[in-house]
Design a protein around this ligand. Structure first.
Ligand SMILES: Nc1ncnc2c1ncn2[C@@H]1O[C@H](COP(=O)(O)OP(=O)(O)OP(=O)(O)O)[C@@H](O)[C@H]1O
Ligand SMILES: [Mg+2]
Length: 258
């Protein structure tokens, strides 16, 4: 398969603390394709972040193999491999260095990835994520949650990654901003042909952006397929429960607004 960018196969994640072992991922396989989004949905504690951390190479699996562009990833990544796998989290604001302006943060990334020379200019980068150059001089506390998430996405884009791992990227945002961030991710993905792994509680955003969805329960996928098929015809009672819960959440938010 020529357009497979990242795969994580046979992944098992066991968290060990002093006295016990907890199997967070029983066994999971994911394959991320260029220009496509794979979503992982599931209840809290089902193992989504544990799996995403392995795919992002921020954690080693207890078992399983991760490949990037056909190469098996070892414990240490090269600078290029690090640039190729970018991660965005829920709370962009606290992930940004509080002392650093947006511009200083971008300059630091360029220094780290020094061998690269064909950088996009700050102003163009910000405009790609729908921000004005005026924000370059700001520190994280001077940004709204939505702006901080856009800055974080801009930082990831600066490195022109092949893969973007997004763990609950919209959960800290309100409804209207959420939708805009999802639209932005979809637009950037189409433009740069990025492979996205989207971990989310927010089932409503999945059909908009994902071509494939895995439903995760206690460390395993209970269903996988296209969001259209799975959400229209859930084959597992757990998927039904997630859909019902998501629906309930939507209606309670709407009624709060009314
Ligand atoms: N570093 C860790 N050490 C020990 N246990 C952990 C660690 N990280 C996660 N766990 C446990 O592994 C299980 C899966 O956690 P994980 O964070 O992957 O779930 P999740 O699906 O991302 O949940 P949420 O939707 O709440 O973010 C949980 O029982 C959690 O307590
Ligand atoms: Mg999580």
């Amino acid at each position: 398969m020529s357009d497979e960018v990242l795969s994580a196969v046979g992944v098992r994640v066991v968290h060990r603390s002093r006295r016990r072992e907890l199997v967070a991922v029983e066994r999971a396989d994911i394959r991320l394709m260029a220009g496509q989004t794979t979503a992982v949905v599931g209840e809290s504690g089902s193992g989504k972040t544990s799996l995403a951390m392995v795919a992002a190479r921020l954690a080693m699996p207890s078992e399983g193999v991760v490949t990037l562009k056909g190469e098996v990833l070892g414990a240490r990544l090269t600078l290029d491999q690090r640039a190729d796998i970018q991660v965005i989290f829920q709370d962009a604001k606290s992930a940004l260095d509080p002392r650093q302006t947006v511009q200083a943060g971008l300059a630091e990334l360029r220094r780290i990835h020094e061998p690269r020379t064909d950088w996009i200019a700050d102003e163009d980068l910000l405009s790609l994520v729908g921000l004005t150059a005026e924000l370059l001089a700001r520190r994280p506390h001077q940004l709204s949650g939505g702006q901080a998430q856009r800055v974080y996405i801009a930082r990831a884009l600066l490195l022109r990654p092949a893969v973007l791992i997004a763990d609950e990227p919209t959960s800290a945002l309100d409804m209207t901003v959420r939708r805009k961030i999802v639209d932005l991710l979809a637009e950037l993905q189409a433009r740069y042909s990025i492979a996205i792994l989207l971990v989310t509680h927010d089932l409503a955003i999945v059909p908009t952006i994902a071509q494939q969805v895995h439903v995760m329960l206690r460390g395993s996928f209970v269903e996988s397929g296209s969001p259209g098929d799975i959400f229209a015809n859930p084959g597992h009672p757990y998927t039904n429960r997630l859909l019902a819960a998501a629906h309930g959440r939507l209606t309670s938010t709407e009624s709060q607004k009314a």
